[in-house]
Write a protein that binds this ligand. Structure first.
Ligand code: CDP
Ligand code: MG
Length: 751
C-alpha cells in the first residue's frame, strides 16, 4: 500500500465533516513526546497527562484547551512577525544572539561545524555575517545547497536583506542557470555546481569561505565535496570551511575533519504534540486531506504544512482539498500552496508570501520543506510518512526514484516544523509501532544507494586513480563503484585499465549524465551534432507538452502533429524545429499546448552546451533531414537500454528479458507501429515498468555499437548463455582494472 489510490476522494458536505470531527479525533493517539525545548510558552505537566484517557485516545477537551493556548500567544507572535522590518526580523533569529561568539570561533578555526534547528538563521545569516566580518575582501563566500529550489529562494531572500538586486552582490548558480555577475560576493549554489567548479579550480581560489549547508542531507555531491574539501583546507590556510547541519550527525562531521569544533546555536522552539495514527492508513492522500480539513474547519489560527512524497501526490492532495472546500458553503477561505522542485519558481515563491487578511495557508510539500525551506507561521504538520529517494535498482541496472518510508530523523524534523512560532501539533499518518519498529534511524546516504557513474567520471578526471582509496565519510559499497566503472567502460569513457579515455575526458566537460554526454560527443563524427544538441537540451528540461484537464483530446491531437512515428527523441527535435520556424513565438507554443517557459529554457540550455562544445572544438554539423543518422547516434549511447519486441506490442529488455512497456505518452504507443528493437531514455517504475522516451533502432546497430552485449550471430544462444557472456566480460574488465590499479600503486611506491 505504498502508492496511494487516486481519484477516490469523495466530496463531503460541511455537515458530514462536522459529524465526523468527533469520530476523527479518536483516530489519533498522543505520543506523549514533545519535540524541542519549551520556551516562551509553558506547558503544564498535568495538562499533558489529562489529555490522555485510559485508551490512550485524544480527549477532545484537550484540543480546546490547547486551542486557547494557541490563540492568544501565537497570534501575538505572528502579529509581531508581520509588522517587523527585515532588519528586526534578522535580529530576532536565534543565530543573532550568538553572532559575535560564532565569528570569533570562525576566526580561530579553519573548519567548524555549525548546528542549529531549522529556521535558526544558518542559511540566510552566516553568509552575511562573514561578509560583515570582512571575508569578502579577498574572495567570494560560497554556500552550497543540495536543492536547486533552496539555492534560488534563499539567494533571493538574502539579496533583499542586503538591499541588493538578485544576481548582483548576492547571486545563485544552479545547473544551466548562472545568476551571478563579477560583482557577486555571496554566491548560493547547488553542491553539484561547486563540485564542477573544483574541476577547473581545484583549490577553489575564488572563495575566501565555503559554507556547506544542509550537510545532514548527505546528498551525493555533498559527500564527494566532503572528501575533496578536506584536502583543500589542508592546502589553503586562508580558506574557511563551515559545515552546517540541522541537529543530526554533527559529531560525525567534526570527527571527519579532524575533531574540529562544533558550534551549537541555542534553539528557540516550542513544544509540539505528536499524534500517531491509531491504525495503519490505507490512503495517505485521503487521510491527509481529511486531517487538514478538520484542522481548518475547527477554526483555530495557524498555518498547515502537509508532507507528501512527490509531485503527483501533492497535486492530487491540492485538488482534492480545493474540491472539498468548494463544496462547503460556510467554510472559511484557505490558500492551498503546493511546493516541489519541479514547480515553476514564481509559484514556489508564493509559499513565502504573507497571507492576506488572515487567510490560512496550507502548504503541501515534499521533503524540501523538512529543512531546506522555512515557512513561518506553521502550527500544524500533517506527515504522510513517505519520501521519494533515488536508488540504484539492480534489476534494471540504473537509478530510479522510488517511494520509501521516511526515517525517524525525517519524522522528527517534520514534526519540529510545527513548533517554530508557537506550540504546535503534528499528525503522523502512521502508527507509533511503525515509527518505532519499521522506520530507520537515519536515511541511508545517497552515495550508498545510487549510481556513481558521474562521480566516478569526475573523480577520475580530478586524478583520483583508486576510488576505493578515496576518503569518503561513508564509503559506497565496492560493488557499486565497480558497477559504475563498468557502465563507463561500456560507454567507452574508461579503458580496460580503469583510466579515462579521450572520450571520457571530453564527457566530463558537460554537466550531463554520461550517456547524454557521450551522445553529444559522438554526434560530431556522425555528422548530426546540431540535431543531437537540440535533443539533449530538450531532455534536460521538465516536460514540454502539457495536457490540461478537459482539453485532453485537443492537446493530444496537437501533439500528434509533431509526432515522428519511430522516435520520441525525433518528436522532440521536430517540435523544436517547428517552434524555430515560427520565430520562437510564445503564442505558437500556447496554441500547440507546449510550455513556452520550458522551451525558452531549452534554448538557454542549448546555448550553454554549445559554448562548451565550442571550447572543446566540437563542430556543429547538421544531417539535414537524414534523421536515421540521429537514431543511430542515439543508439550509440543507449544500446545498453534496449528492448526487443516479443509478441503483440509487448517488449522485453534485450539484456535481462524483463518485460517492459512503452509509456502511454510515447509516439510509439498504440499507433500500431511496433519496431523489432527500441532503445529508451529512462525507465519509470509505477504499477509496471514503463520505458519513457523511446526510439526505434536496427538490430544490427545494437550489435555494431554494443558488441559487449549483443552480436548478430548468437540469436540462437539462450538468455542464460548471453548472461554468462556478459558476466564474463564484466569480470574480465574488473580483473584488468584491479591489475592496472595495483601496477600503478606499485609504480608510485617505487617512485
Ligand atoms: O538555515 P536555517 O534553517 O537555520 O534558517 P534560514 O533558512 O536562514 O531561515 C531564517 C529565517 O529566514 C526563517 O525564519 C525564514 O522565515 C526566513 N526566510 C524567508 O523569509 N524567506 C526565505 N526564502 C528564506 C528564509
Ligand atoms: Mg538552512
Amino acid at each position: 500500500a505504498v502508492i496511494s489510490k487516486k481519484g477516490s476522494h469523495l466530496v463531503r458536505t460541511f455537515r458530514e465533516q462536522k459529524e465526523r470531527k468527533k469520530a476523527q479525533s479518536k483516530h489519533w493517539e498522543l505520543a506523549g513526546t514533545n519535540i524541542g525545548n519549551i520556551m516562551g510558552v509553558e506547558k503544564k505537566k498535568d495538562e499533558e497527562d489529562s489529555a490522555v484517557n485510559e485508551d490512550g485516545d485524544v480527549d477532545y477537551k484537550k484540543d480546546k484547551k490547547f486551542a486557547d493556548l494557541l490563540s492568544d500567544k501565537n497570534t501575538a507572535v505572528s502579529e509581531f512577525a508581520r509588522k517587523k522590518t527585515m532588519q528586526q526580523q534578522r535580529q530576532f533569529l536565534p543565530i543573532f544572539a550568538v553572532k559575535e561568539q560564532l565569528l570569533s570561533v570562525i576566526r580561530d578555526n579553519n573548519v567548524i561545524i555549525v548546528v542549529g534547528e531549522t529556521g535558526s538563521g544558518k542559511t540566510t545569516q552566516l553568509t552575511q555575517y562573514l561578509h560583515e566580518d570582512g571575508y569578502t575582501n579577498y574572495g567570494m563566500i560560497g554556500c552550497t545547497q543540495p536543492r536547486r529550489v533552496a539555492a534560488m529562494s534563499v539567494a533571493k531572500r538574502v539579496s533583499e536583506e542586503m538591499n541588493s538586486e538578485l544576481g548582483e552582490k548576492v547571486g545563485y548558480a544552479i545547473r544551466f542557470e548562472d545568476c551571478t555577475t563579477e560583482n557577486t560576493i555571496v554566491k548560493y549554489m547547488t553542491d553539484g555546481i561547486l563540485l564542477r567548479e573544483s574541476l577547473r579550480e581545484s583549490d577553489l581560489d575564488n572563495y575566501s569561505a565555503v559554507i556547506m549547508d544542509e550537510a545532514h542531507e548527505r546528498s551525493l555531491n555533498t559527500d564527494v565535496l566532503f572528501g575533496l574539501l578536506r584536502d583543500v583546507v589542508a592546502r589553503r590556510q586562508d580558506l574557511k570551511l563551515i559545515v552546517t547541519s540541522a541537529t543530526m550527525n554533527a559529531d560525525k562531521f567534526a570527527e571527519f575533519f579532524g575533531n574540529v569544533p562544533v558550534f551549537r546555536i541555542p534553539g528557540r522552539t516550542f513544544p509540539v504534540d505528536v499524534m500517531f495514527s491509531k491504525n495503519p492508513v490505507e490512503d495517505y492522500v485521503d487521510a491527509a486531506v481529511k486531517q487538514a480539513m478538520q484542522i481548518h474547519l475547527q477554526g483555530n489560527p495557524g498555518d498547515i504544512l502537509i508532507f507528501m512524497p512527490g509531485q503527483e501526490d501533492i497535486e492530487v492532495t491540492c485538488e482534492s482539498m480545493g474540491e472539498r472546500l468548494a463544496s462547503l458553503e460556510e467554510a472559511p477561505p484557505l490558500s492551498i500552496l503546493p511546493i516541489y522542485s519541479q514547480l515553476p519558481s514564481d509559484l514556489q515563491a508564493k509559499i513565502f508570501q504573507k497571507n492576506k487578511d488572515g487567510v490560512r495557508k496550507c502548504v503541501v510539500a515534499t521533503n524540501i520543506a523538512e529543512t531546506s525551506l522555512t515557512v513561518d507561521g506553521i502550527i500544524y504538520v500533517v506527515d504522510a510518512g513517505y519520501c521519494k529517494l533515488k536508488v540504484f535498482n539492480p534489476k534494471i541496472g540504473m537509478d530510479s526514484l522510488q517511494v520509501f518510508p521516511i526515517s525517524q530523523a525525517n519524522a522528527n524534523q517534520r514534526s519540529g516544523r510545527a513548533g517554530r512560532t508557537g506550540p504546535g501539533q503534528a499528525f503522523r499518518l502512521y502508527t507509533e509501532r511503525a515509527y518505532k519498529n519499521e522506520l530507520l534511524l537515519n536515511t541511508v546516504p545517497e552515495i550508498q544507494r545510487t549510481n556513481l557513474a558521474n562521480v566516478v567520471l569526475l573523480l577520475k578526471s580530478l586524478g583520483v586513480q583508486d576510488l576505493l582509496q578515496f576518503h569518503f565519510m561513508d564509503a559506497p559499497p565496492q560493488d557499486n563503484i565497480l558497477n559504475s566503472m563498468y557502465q563507463l567502460w561500456v560507454l567507452g569513457a574508461l579503458d580496460n585499465t580503469g583510466s579515462l579515455t579521450k572520450l571520457g575526458r571530453k564527457m566530463v566537460e558537460f554537466p550531463l549524465d554520461p550517456a547524454l554526454s557521450k551522445m553529444l560527443n559522438v554526434s560530431v563524427e556522425m555528422g548530426c551534432s546540431a540535431e543531437i544538441l537540440i535533443i539533449v537540451s530538450m531532455l534536460s528540461v521538465p516536460a514540454i507538452f502539457f495536457r490540461p484537464k478537459g482539453k485532453e483530446e485537443e492537446s493530444d491531437a496537437m501533439k500528434e502533429k509533431f509526432q515522428v512515428p519511430e522516435s520520441d527523441h525525433l518528436t522532440l527535435l521536430n517540435a523544436f524545429e517547428q517552434w524555430k520556424r515560427n520565430s520562437y513565438g510564445s503564442t505558437w507554443c500556447t496554441e500547440h499546448y507546449i510550455h513556452v517557459k520550458a522551451m525558452r529554457k531549452v534554448r538557454e540550455v542549448r546555448q550553454q552546451l554549445k559554448e562548451i562544445m565550442d571550447s572543446q572544438k566540437m563542430d556543429l554539423v547538421s544531417c539535414g533531414m537524414e534523421w536515421d543518422v540521429v537514431r543511430k547516434c542515439i543508439c550509440s549511447s543507449y544500446f545498453h537500454q534496449a528492448a526487443r519486441l516479443k509478441g503483440l506490442g509487448e517488449y522485453v529488455n534485450v539484456r535481462t528479458g524483463m518485460p517492459c512497456h512503452v509509456h502511454p505518452t510515447s509516439a510509439l504507443f498504440g499507433m500500431g507501429y511496433t519496431p523489432d528493437y527500441i532503445v529508451y531514455h529512462e525507465l519509470i517504475m509505477t504499477s509496471k515498468e514503463y520505458m519513457q522516451c523511446v526510439t526505434a533502432v536496427e538490430g544490427t546497430w545494437l550489435a555494431e555499437l554494443g558488441p559487449m552485449f549483443y552480436s548478430v550471430k548468437d540469436t540462437k544462444q539462450s538468455r542464460q548463455e548471453r548472461k554468462k557472456v556478459a558476466q564474463a566480460s564484466m569480470t574480465k574488465m574488473e580483473e584488468e582494472m584491479k591489475e592496472a590499479e595495483s601496477q600503478i600503486k606499485a609504480r608510485k611506491e617505487e617512485a
